[in-house]
Design a protein around this ligand. Structure first.
Ligand SMILES: Cc1cc2nc3c(=O)[nH]c(=O)nc-3n(C[C@H](O)[C@H](O)[C@H](O)COP(=O)(O)OP(=O)(O)OC[C@H]3O[C@@H](n4cnc5c(N)ncnc54)[C@H](O)[C@@H]3O)c2cc1C
Length: 416
């Protein structure tokens, strides 16, 4: 679990570290990196601006890009036990008819599972051995003199110096501005959607999506329940979840019990989590006074279900490479990390953007054309670029060793 710890205690614990790391944002990427660095003998300071553990409880389907991180953290079995493999994926027409069902599990199983897990369960697994964090804290400055910590009202509360500041504060990152990343490139779809939970009496190994005319309904199993996402153009969502769900119900012929229960779940939730469907990409991850990681570096549209998968891979790659770095070699190792990881993340993000062009369009003709394309285009083809990424994951140890050799600093082992 995340253990609320004072900043003073976290700073004291890291005083003698060969690399003093500050991680801003205790989300999926920040926690993964913190735990990997702990395994490498460091004591990263982890902060989050939330006043307490209030993580939004949505569902995640994670590609096998995440598996090695969990193997390294010694939590792979627990990760699988807390989730459920999504073995098959059905694509439904805009009227609700199942057009095709693909064996997602078979496509991926040489690499691992497509595992459905709730965000809360994932954070529990990642932090089961404890993970110190200081809540209610952020930073508003990082420069040669160090960082300034601020509370939720923006008042300065402390200063400290670090060798590395990691901005892992999610898709609406403020650290981009603090670290000087410039304005991100953003794709805005003009769509948003609500997330809700339904009891799943259906098939727990089956994920389903219905790409409608002016709406999108996704159903993703996690352990013992079903995560539901109902989205549409922003203007149409103004009527609220219950009325929008009712309008979708009227537009679908083949509802069946699972779709019906999913729409009921959205309608019944008085305050469902709202997800704005846009993304963001910064030009450089490694900046003069810190780096960006996860959604802060490249935040994803939901269309390929890979944002968290790539955030975890990036954190794993960084954690493994930093295990070989010290203050002198840090710049070379960070540059190598960005060189290896950013093109992979941006390729996955481009795939999501390409699929979004199919999804976030309205009109019957568009729906019909999309269904014609999807009948012919297998999931293997649609996810081709992502499957290639999964199949070609680089070796962080070799990359770090090459970076150290190129910097004229052959590797010395660091004691944990
Ligand atoms: C509804 C939904 C469904 C999704 N489904 C999938 C899926 O199926 N598969 C998949 O791979 N991905 C999915 N994603 C994407 C995935 O959740 C993100 O890519 C992933 O969470 C990114 O991790 P992160 O650590 O970068 O950001 P986050 O997990 O968002 O964490 C950011 C953290 O930073 C903190 N923070 C924010 N601002 C500050 C600040 N100024 N100072 C300090 N702390 C701050 C926040 O409180 C939070 O704890 C989904 C996302 C949503 C919203």
């Amino acid at each position: 679990m995340l253990t609320d710890t004072s900043l003073a205690d976290q700073l004291a614990a890291q005083r003698d570290d060969r690399l003093r790391v500050l991680i801003v944002g205790a989300g999926i990427a920040g926690i993964t990196l913190a735990q990997l660095l702990r395994r490498a003998g460091l004591h990263p300071v982890l902060i989050d601006r939330m006043p307490a553990m209030e993580h939004p409880g949505y569902m995640l389907a994670l590609m096998p890009t995440v598996d090695q991180a969990f193997v390294d953290l010694g939590i792979h079995e627990q990760y699988h036990a807390a989730g459920t493999p999504m073995a098959r994926y059905s694509f439904r027409s805009h009227r609700g008819r199942v057009l095709r069902t693909d064996p997602l599990g078979e496509l991926l199983n040489v690499y691992g599972d497509y595992n459905g897990i709730s965000r809360g369960a994932l954070i529990e697994v990642l932090t089961a051995g404890g993970c110190p964090v200081t809540f209610g804290l952020s930073i508003d400055r990082s420069d040669a003199s160090g960082v300034r910590f601020v509370d939720r009202d923006g008042a300065g509360v402390a200063q400290a110096a670090f060798d590395l500041v990691v901005g892992a504060d999610g898709i609406r990152s403020r650290l981009r501005a603090v670290l000087g990343a410039g304005t991100p490139e953003v794709v805005e779809t003009g769509w948003s959607g609500w997330v809700a939970w339904a009891d799943d009496s259906g098939d727990p190994a089956l994920g389903e999506e219905l790409w409608g005319d002016g709406f999108f309904l996704g159903m993703y199993p996690v352990k013992d329940r079903l995560g539901v996402f109902l989205g549409g153009p922003d203007a149409d969502l103004e009527v609220g979840p219950a009325a929008f769900a009712a309008s979708v119900r009227a537009r679908v012929d083949e509802l069946g019990p699972r779709l019906s229960a999913s729409l009921d779940a959205v309608a019944a939730d008085p305050d469902p989590y709202l997800w704005r469907l846009d993304d963001a990409r910064v030009a450089s991850w490694v900046l003069p006074h810190g780096i960006l990681l996860g959604d802060a570096a490249a935040g994803f549209l939901p269309t390929a279900g890979i944002g968290a998968g790539m955030a975890i891979e990036s954190a794993w790659m960084l954690g493994r490479m930093l295990a070989r770095a010290d203050r002198a070699t840090l710049p070379a190792v960070l540059a190598a990390w960005e060189r290896v990881e950013r093109p992979r993340v941006e390729a996955a993000q481009s795939n999501s953007r390409m699929l979004a062009k199919l999804m976030f369009r309205r009109g019957r003709v568009v729906a019909w054309l999309r269904e014609t394309v999807m009948r012919m285009l297998s999931v293997r083809a649609a996810l081709g670029p992502i499957l290639r990424l999964v199949a070609t994951r680089p070796d962080p140890d070799a990359e770090a060793a090459a970076a150290l050799a190129a910097a004229g600093s052959p590797e010395k082992p660091h004691s944990a």
